[in-house]
Design a protein around this ligand. Sequence first.
Ligand code: GCB
Length: 595
Amino acid sequence: MLYPQLTPTRCVVSLNGMWELAREHEPGNHHKGFKAEKHVAVPASYNDLYAEEGFRMWKDGMWYQRTFAVPKTLQGERLVLRFGAVAYRARVFVNGREVGGHEGGHLPFECEVTDVVDCTGLNVLCVRCENRLSATTVPMGELRNAGENGQFAGQYPDVPFDFFPYAGIQRDVCLYTTPRAAWLESVRVTTAVSADGVATVTVAGRVGGVGENLSVIVGCMSRQTPKVIAGGHESISDNFTVDIRIPDAELWDVFRPNLYDADITLLSGEDVVDTYKQRFGIRTIRVTGNRLLLNGRPVYLQGFGRHEDFPIIGRGLCHAANVRDHELLKWVNANSYRTTHYPYSEELVRLADEQGILLIAEAPAVSVNFDHLQDENVRRELYDRHSTALTELIDRDFNAPSVIAWSVANEATTNRPAARDYFATLAGHVRRLDATRPVTMVTCKVEDDLVMDAFDMVGVNFYPGWYHEPGLGLGEPFASAKASMRHALETLHQKFNKPILVAEFGADCLAGLHSLPAEQWSEEYQADLIMTLIDVIRECDFVIGEHVWNFADFRTAQNFPRAGGNRKGAFTRDRQPKMVAHFLRRRWAVPRYPV
Ligand code: GCB
């Protein structure tokens, strides 16, 4: 699926804005249009928009509707409705007819509506969202007995993770056109660089529809020096592959986001049928021994786990908030983050491409709990959804140079024997789809993890000084937290002999709360603990990165260990620095490896 683009052969019409909303109290005829209860903003999560609990916590059918007309100039084109993401399940109706749907709340989907729309009048677009989770959804939810992930038992709402299960039409909606007879359907750019700096760029794609005498022209443009620098031309049927050589390639790198465009023209005979510009970057990323190599040089990941989470709009796409977050990342001298615990918006990934920020892109599989997956059929059902989510994620982000690794899951019960096969098979699935990036997963099982040897690098979440070994102690400050961190990292390394990313560590902190000597929840405690643990982490040469949990405070389900949300942010929820952010900024200003 291509990201919607205005080109000489394509048009994009935004359907964002004010829609109408109603809860489905009883099944009925909502799909034909309904009496609204509320206005609703698109994109946004609906949960935090209203004053009533009955809307905030609603997870059954939530109906959205709006009307749209098709401009005369677009009639005769192929018409497609595209949704950036709808959580968790969506069914889409145009003029009462079901035109498509999707499951999984963080990836795009589209529905062709060429033959359904009325070009003479207004069309009624209705979308049914639903946010019920189960043992076989990704993520899992509503498990009642939370099993090993018991820390989440009894939360309100009932999810086995701490971030709030926001729902609704959370990303952009648009109507876009392509030519009707034949069109570019997908494009994948793979790059390789030889020792003498020559890049081979392979632009492969698929054509939809049918056309006579089709061919494709690909021109490569450098964004740095905007001119066509290389090109290729192929006669094709429905698939194409064009190889292009770029001598003296300018590589994409951290904060040096050299980007190229593959300018693709689909021709039928001499006539231009479709055009599309696919951006890409040329860079290599791989794990060797105890290092992660970006363009052949060791890179140390310093940054955070994060959430798409903002006041009022919840998980809704907000360009301003995304710009602010990336500005703060640069200010604090971070170079990377993990898209915990689900795929972030395409717009954010594109921003990271353009700014040279490194991303570990994570599947929406948080807290996969094998205590609820003892039945093989149930396990297979979950696996199918999980592998589909990864397929869709890789399909969407394959061309993004900022994405340097795939994370297939966060904190599963990886100490259960059934987890082994499940994750080894999943790692194989990801490698078949993309052989150009490392595959990882994030565990919290140190002594008894059974799966991490299936991955290229080990991600670990570990909270000494917070969930265990709390307090400064009477001797050297944080002595037991330090010992515990060192032991965990050495144990994992001895066991798996892979480089390790410390994917989460940290402490909650209520901004403005101070204490001397430092105690839990204070700014001093969070700052001192994190900086102390960074010292320990850096004594371990096999560690390839430190990601503090979390970039910013975020909203959670209600639970007694959470004070108005998760407060482990280095920044507050409204994106102002806590004390630790200033410390990190100084520490991260000095490169970990010699430049
Ligand atoms: C974790 C989870 C993360 C939580 C965090 C915490 O290990 O991966 O989703 O928010 O701990 O603060 O407890």
